[in-house]
Design a protein. Structure first.
Lengths: 395, 539
């Protein structure tokens, strides 16, 4: 039996089509309504509320907390101020990415690390001989993500104060319906958005208050299908979809470094020794052989390929996680791991791994599609990530 | 065909003999299989010992049957149907339990209950074992080259092996070396802290051996069990519909379709040798059959010490076969039950007490019950055997085949298969009827600790000691692998140096049983490789 999140009493009550899926051993909604379309648009036009409780969460505290985290992640944790959040990947000693997540610094020696996969053992293995207390708080802490242009307004009503001072990737303490919460100015949608962290027993009170305050502003509980499209638009990668953890890779070809995942900006080569430092320094000098880029599939070729079968272009309403070959002339130069029709941008977009030589923005490539059971190739152009980057994202 | 000449005679219709016969017949040879008993299968048979109740009498699960054999002999069209056996529950002395399910999330949740660190380690351990099994897999499918030989073929084969080992990379090579030499207890200690998890995992490192979990070399047998999982998509792991005999019947069906003749109740007395060459066999009743090729599926001791006259064999070879370790260590108790057993630890209120996830009884009873509550328990079971008696509290692997295939027992009633260790062949004073029943009582008592209703549910009982296994199947000392899977008895040393490639000192006489490389379990690889050797084909 799968676990249910602390919000299950509410999420189950609004579920219309029993569209559930599993995430880290929990039952979560794919979509609450029969179609995820309105839930997606809430992210971009009002505010969508996601239950993101299945995230793995680790509390790291103690004298050596900074040292431990600095040894594990690629970013420079010493530069993370109290009340700051850092997005960061982490690597094995070969410089291959294990996982990625956010690091929340509450105080001088008090952190929370979130991750997609379990990392308790990895934290312990790296903490030998250090004065640090590691606690798996994954099930103790519930979390909600409120994303969209009206998310700030709704949250301000819920906490009864102004949030203009809470900058991008900063966090603050607040009270919602009498419950102490942490609010971080973060999200997985590339929009204005917040994540709210609370003790699991308080979860329903926070949910109810947000829904009640958000109703006049169109707050919409949303599931993973809507989130998947938004995160592709935002150029945000997903473990097990866009890359394989170095811990789970079966063959060397399945490994990726942060540089190969367009996360070179997170690698702080000059800081004290950390896992993968030597390999990453070498790679930084030589340049990665693979690059993660955006691809935009050309609409006119799509139209023509469908027209040749007597059809109008049809695209799946859901994001696809099927790996798709990408060609440069007759040669396969990579593969797309996530693709989606962006309802907002009206573009067919994908996240692709390409050999670096073919990965320059503007490169004209071909993207395999199946039209009426037949394999075809559509023109596709390499584009910069993210596809969607509204000014309010950082506001 | 009586007394007529065939191309090849296979002695013994065990699964390897049948596989060998099927491959020879498939290549156009006229093949005769001679079986002592009234049914095919050797140790892979289903028999209705209690009317209405079908027992997989000896071997009870299929784990390693080679996918190429399933495919090449088209076994599904002959009745091979392997049903999933998905979980394992281990009751603990304090009333708690450890469960492993088919679903990853469920297993993780259960392990997390015992140790959050072990829950993480479990996945990494699984991946390493996958890599190890992958590393060893080519070895399973190859004719073992003789490292002392200078023949081009051996050198080439050794070269291939060397390149394969190099391709593993340092990390995996070191891990493989450890796995090949360590005890399963030490190996598991490197990974886990939960005793009951280590005890249950280590148990698969002792099956069929005369070693304890703390004996060096037992980690390899652990790996042997992971090898079936590499071909997971093939689902070669589970329970054969109708019992294990169904696997043998399927292989026999394939052999017959290719034209092989299988003669039952035809015990071979000796192999006829003329001028250092086998020319046929003589049955115990004196009937003789002639063939240029004679293959024995029997274990090495029976093959070379009973079927062939000693003067036909080199004396050092005979000496090394005599030393080949066949110390049987496993027993089997098969029960006919009027009702299902109920594990106290899996009663809903007990699950709740320990913070576990509620599971309907029908679900865990479709899987295995492992009586391996602590590492000390399993090691102490071995200590008893080491000192000449059967384990007072044996390690047991329990399955209820009628929960998986209802046809195994009358409606509403059940059969239970209990594999138990240790029951040494060389028990002090030897085995007799009284001692056998005492052993059966010890097994039932040990199970009743965790499933108190078992005693009143028993309506029929068959207890098999290694002596019984030898008497019924012919396996020397009742060793289920035809010889221990110990490092000094594997690969180019199985069964004897210089004779690991299915040949024997007698020209035209071959061996194809589990006592040859790679051996062990219902795998069929020995039978196939022997046939390919005889046919001069490369595997």
């Amino acid at each position: 039996m799968l676990k249910t999140t602390p919000f299950h009493a509410r999420t189950a009550a609004i579920m219309e089509g029993q569209q559930w899926r599993r995430w880290a051993g929990f039952l979560v909604a794919s979509a609450y309504e029969m179609s995820h379309e309105r839930e997606y648009h809430a992210i971009r036009s009002s505010a969508a509320l996601f239950d993101v409780s299945p995230l793995y969460k680790y509390q790291v505290r103690g004298r050596d907390a900074t040292r431990l985290l600095d040894r594990i992640v690629t970013r420079n944790v010493a530069k993370c101020q109290p009340c700051q959040v850092m997005y960061t990947p982490w690597c094995d000693p070969r410089g291959k990415q294990i996982d990625d997540g956010t690091l929340h610094r509450f105080g001088e020696t008090d952190y929370r690390l979130t991750s997609a996969d379990p990392n308790l053992r990895w934290l312990h293995q790296n903490a030998r001989g250090m004065q640090v207390h590691i606690d798996d708080e994954s099930e103790r802490i519930a979390s909600l993500s409120l994303q969209g242009p009206l998310s700030r307004t709704i949250l301000e009503h819920a906490i009864g104060r102004d949030l203009a001072g809470l900058k991008y990737f900063r966090l603050t303490n607040a009270t919602i319906a009498g419950v102490s919460v942490v609010i971080s100015r973060t999200g997985y949608t590339g929009d204005l958005g917040y994540e709210v962290w609370m003790e699991a027993p308080d979860a329903l009170r926070v949910w109810d208050e947000l829904i009640s305050q958000g109703r006049p502003y169109g707050i919409t509980p949303a599931g993973m299908l809507a989130l998947d499209i938004a995160r592709i638009e935002a150029g945000l990668i997903l473990l097990d979809v866009d890359y394989v953890s170095a811990r789970k890779a079966l063959i060397p070809g399945q490994l990726s470094s942060p540089f190969e995942l367009a996360l070179g900006w997170t690698v702080s080569i000059d800081k004290q020794p950390f896992n993968g430092k030597h390999a990453l320094a070498r790679e930084a000098a030589n340049g990665p052989s693979w690059s993660l880029v955006g691809l935009e599939v050309d609409w006119q070729t799509l139209e023509r390929l469908h027209e040749s079968m007597g059809l109008a272009p049809r695209l799946p309403a859901m994001a696809s996680r099927v790996s798709v070959p990408v060609y440069d002339g007759s040669k396969q130069v990579g593969y797309a791991t996530s693709s989606a029709w962006s309802p907002l941008l009206k573009r067919y977009i994908a996240l692709a791994h390409l050999e670096s030589a073919s990965a320059k923005p503007g490169s004209e490539l071909e993207f395999e599609i199946t039209v009426e059971h037949r394999r075809k190739r559509a023109a596709a152009r390499v584009s910069k990530l993210p596809f969607y980057d509204p000014p309010r994202k950082r506001a | 065909m009586k007394n007529g000449k065939v191309d090849a005679i296979v002695i013994g219709a065990g699964h390897n003999g049948l596989v060998c016969a099927a491959y020879l017949a498939r290549a156009g040879k006229k093949v005769l299989v001679l079986e002592r008993r009234h049914l095919v299968g050797g140790a892979a048979v289903t028999e209705e010992i209690v009317p209405g109740f079908k027992f997989s009498e000896f071997s009870y699960v299929v784990s390693l049957l080679r996918p190429e054999i399933i495919r090449e002999l088209d076994l599904p069209s002959h009745g091979l149907q392997i049903l999933p056996l998905e979980s394992t529950v281990t009751p603990m002395p304090n009333g708690n339990y450890l469960a492993a399910w088919a679903d990853h999330d469920e297993t993780r949740r259960e392990l997390y209950r015992h140790s959050p660190l072990d829950a993480d380690a479990y996945d990494e351990f699984g991946l390493l074992m996958h890599h190890m099994a992958h590393a060893v897999k080519p070895i399973i499918g190859m004719m073992p080259p003789d490292p002392a030989s200078l023949s081009p073929r051996d050198l080439m084969s050794l070269g291939t092996l060397g390149r394969h080992m190099r391709s593993l990379g340092a990390r995996k090579f070191y891990a493989l070396h450890k796995l090949m030499t360590m005890s399963s207890a030490d190996y598991l200690d490197e990974w886990f802290e939960t005793d009951v998890l280590k005890a249950t995992k280590s148990a698969s490192g002792i099956i069929g051996t005369f070693m304890g979990p703390r004996s060096p070399g037992s980690a390899y047998v652990l790996l042997h069990h992971y090898m079936g999982e590499i071909d997971g998509a093939f689902r070669a792991w589970g329970f054969q519909k109708g019992g294990t005999g169904g696997v043998s019947e399927a292989i026999a069906g394939a052999a017959r379709r290719f034209g092989a003749e299988i003669r039952l109740e035809a015990p071979v007395g000796r192999v006829l040798v003329n001028n250092g060459r086998s020319v046929g066999v003589a049955l115990e009743n004196g009937d003789e059959y002639r063939a240029d090729i004679v293959v024995s599926g029997l274990d090495p001791k029976r093959t070379f010490l009973k079927l062939v006259e000693e003067r036909e064999l080199p004396s050092d070879f005979v000496a090394s076969i005599r030393r080949f370790k066949t110390r049987g260590s496993s027993g089997k108790v098969n029960l006919a039950l009027s009702e299902l057993p109920r594990l106290t630890c899996m009663e809903p209120e007990n699950i709740a007490r320990w913070g576990g996830v509620p599971i309907p009884a029908e679900r865990y009873l479709r899987g295995a019950i492992s009586v391996s509550p602590t590492m000390d328990y399993v090691e102490q079971a071995y200590d008893d055997a080491k000192h000449g008696s059967f384990s007072r509290r044996p390690y047991m692997d329990v399955v209820i085949p009628s929960m998986i295939d209802p046809g195994m027992a009358p409606p509403g009633q059940h059969v239970m298969s209990i594999f138990c260790q240790y029951a040494p062949f060389a028990v002090d004073g030897g085995w007799d009827d009284a001692k056998r029943e005492k052993f059966g009582d010890a097994v039932v008592d040990a199970l009743a600790v965790f499933a108190p209703n078992i005693k009143r549910a028993i309506i029929g009982r068959q207890v098999l000691t290694p002596a019984d296994i030898e008497r019924i199947t012919g396996l020397t000392e009742g060793n289920i692998f035809q010889g221990e899977l110990a490092l000094d008895q594997l690969f180019f040393l199985r069964p004897a140096p210089g004779y690991a490639k299915y040949r024997t000192p007698v020209d035209g006489f071959y061996q194809c049983g589990s006592g040859t490389h790679p051996g062990g379990g219902i795998m069929g690889a020995s039978g196939r490789l022997a046939a390919l050797t005889i046919l001069g084909q490369r595997p």
